[in-house]
Design a protein around this ligand. Sequence first.
Ligand code: PEP
Ligand code: MN
Length: 338
Amino acid sequence: MIIVMKPKASQEQLDHLIEKIKSLGFSVNISKGKERTVIGVIGEEDKLRVQPLEAFPGVEKVMSVLKPYKLISREFHPENAIIDINGARFGSTDICMIAGPCSVESLEQIRTVAAAIKKLGGKLIRGGAFKPRTSPYAFQGLGEQGLKYLAQIREEFGLAIVTEVMDTRDVELVGKYADAFQIGARNMQNFNLLKEVGATKKPVFLKRGLSATYKEFLMSAEYIASRGNFNVILVERGIRTFEDYTRNTLDITAVPVLKQFTYLPVVIDPSHAAGRRELLEPLSKAAVAVGADGLMLEVHPCPEEALSDGQQQIVPERYKEILESLQSIANAVGRKIV
Ligand code: PEP
Ligand code: MN
């Protein structure tokens, strides 16, 4: 259930109402917007429906939410959330770039990419130290050593670190180095992991599962929010379809649909969607045009030597060209690339 307070409702009126709701055994989440406060009530809605909550002073309306997700719904927070990571404001008019290699492979490799990103005005770098690989014999990532390299890069270049956490046991460790967690597609429904990152305050890039519906995707975001972390950025990274020319099928429709249902920022990752570097420019253009809040692109100094996802990674020079090609589309939709 969602309770919308009147624009001029006092703190006392709010406290009085919250006290009543809590005394009935429900918990609350408060969203303070520019204009008004909205209360999300968690618990069995049927029991609350019989209460005359509309009669409380300061209450404008009481809405029952039939959707299974509440805290991340547009109803709960009608304005877009803005999640600031190192000055890149996801959900604002910024289109925020997250570039970097698939995996952190060496200090030299990550430093070369970091220098290029910095030169192009970027604020974030991605790179996996823990890698979810289909084969147990494939490169699994450098683990903590990779995180240390990332931390060194942050020191040197002032870039914020986005890196994947795959296991509940590593949340603390990865959190020591990362500015934002990435939850990979294969872990989108690892509910314990979602709860664990939900208990932190760090932004979470939540990737859509390979065959997840919008509802399932949003429910996973709700898991994170339900633990108190509302800094969730949704990442559409292609879904599995019958088409096998591309690695996955980029679901561009996800952007407007998700934005209709939630206030959370939505980012597109064309690299994992296409799995082919020649498609990155057109798909990135489509992402900007359709209203994505950011783009995640895999950039490697030498993709032929990459230890993972070599076929879809681009060199920094190509990344620069793609960035330039996006500028006029961003301008046309009143946004700017950061
Ligand atoms: C990645 O970003 O390197 C990755 C493994 O992505 P996904 O979880 O979307 O496959
Ligand atoms: Mn990858």
